[in-house]
Design a protein around this ligand. Structure first.
Ligand code: GLA
Length: 378
């Protein structure tokens, strides 16, 4: 009798140890096929604090991200589609890892070491997010999937020399990880065999009330740790100036409701973008992971902080969501239903010598670390 009960106690203790050591779990599953039959997989990371995130191999994109609200109710807070095929036809970059060059390059042209390159032009006169078939439209390979105190998945993509007009064979990895804190960490890395330009970011659309909520994101309260931003022209390309946010609708240094100034037509900058679609120059030390932004949804109590070591943050207020996209669960996405925060180098950096350089040489490693931290407020 004694021996048996000792064994039971031992068994319980072992189970408790095993579950605390495996605070986060990673599961690899099929996510259907593209129309040409290419299989797509997804990896779901889950922790024991109510958070889970699914990343699919198409575009190394965040497909679903679930977190609790102030009452413990768990909702998916990112926009997307139910099937991978719908992502291929879509111009919104829902959840995607965008590259080779996240954001715009004027007229798709840049000069490196005296040679001028012409990239695919897919956004009016400019190249956006790597061209028509950027990293978001490519199927990434799963390199590793791990459970443990920190669950993670690493996906990689090999972009050949000349793809979408970019020079050099580029090897890219995206590592997504989740531990016991409700923080999704993403690390992008890239290496090249010829001098090239690189800027990779994540393009998740956040509606902290829930991706299927009947309210959008314009009531959310935003703080941006940015004293300066880079004004744009009418095609959304930076003019090259770095201007103070003081006295403009771009001053989010104190918590401010997004909707308060998103319709401020007295600002030419707001008119050009139909709202916010601008790069903010984040205060503090570039290269150090620091807080860039904080978004609070007063309805659900969910709070999202964005941290990164990148120099800039593109804040986009979902201006092109025009009610024609039928998202997850047959939900129509309309203007301002969600917002995007893209930690990155400055847009059109290769054409502005005063912006931090986007050049990557052989032997160097490009890297961008992004953390999306979730909590709740009463
Ligand atoms: C980025 C751009 C926006 C828009 C979206 C995708 O965030 O800055 O202008 O193109 O991608 O629709």
């Amino acid at each position: 009798m004694k021996l048996v009960s000792a064994g039971l106690v031992f068994g319980v203790a072992m189970t408790a140890m095993a579950s605390s050591a495996l605070a986060a779990d990673a599961q690899r599953t099929s996510f259907g096929k593209l129309n040409d039959g290419t299989p797509i997989e997804k990896v779901t990371l889950t922790n024991d604090h109510g958070m889970s995130v699914s990343i699919m191999t198409l575009g190394a994109a965040v497909h679903t991200l679930k977190v609790p609200d102030r009452k413990g109710h768990i909702d998916d807070v990112v926009l997307g589609y139910d099937t991978p095929a719908e992502y291929l036809a879509d111009p919104q970059y829902f959840g995607a890892s965008v590259g080779r060059f996240a954001n715009r390059i004027a007229k798709g042209k840049f000069t490196l070491d005296g040679k001028t390159y012409q990239l695919d032009v897919n956004d009016g006169p400019n190249s956006l997010h790597g061209g028509a078939d950027g990293f978001d439209k490519r199927v990434w390979k799963i390199d590793s999937v791990k459970s443990g105190p920190i669950a993670s998945v690493t996906m990689s993509y090999d972009s050949p020399d000349g793809q979408e007009g970019y020079p050099g064979d580029l090897h890219v990895t995206a590592t997504y990880s989740l531990g016991k804190e409700n923080t999704l960490k993403i690390v992008y890395k890239a290496t090249t065999d010829k001098p090239t330009i690189v800027n990779i970011s994540n393009h998740s659309y956040w509606n902290l009330s829930g991706a299927q909520a009947t309210v959008g994101a314009m009531h959310d309260i935003l703080t941006l740790n940015a004293s300066h931003f880079t004004p744009i022209d009418s095609t959304l390309i930076p003019t090259g100036k770095i201007e103070s946010v003081e006295g403009t609708p771009f001053d989010f240094r104190k918590p401010t409701r997004i909707g308060l100034r998103v319709r401020d037509g007295s600002s030419e900058q707001i008119r050009y973008a139909h709202g916010y679609d601008h790069n903010f120059v984040i205060d503090g030390q570039v290269g150090k992971v620091r807080q860039m932004a904080r978004l609070e949804d007063p309805k659900s109590g969910r709070v999202l902080e964005i941290w990164s070591d990148a120099p800039g943050l593109q804040f986009y207020s979902g201006n092109f969501l025009d009610g024609t996209m039928l998202g997850k669960g047959q939900h129509l996405y309309r203007e301002g239903d969600a917002v995007v925060f893209e930690p990155q180098l400055f847009p059109d950096a290769p054409n502005h010598p005063n912006f931090p350089s986007a050049t990557l040489n052989p032997g160097q490693t490009y890297s961008n670390t992004i953390e999306f931290k979730f909590s709740t407020e009463k």
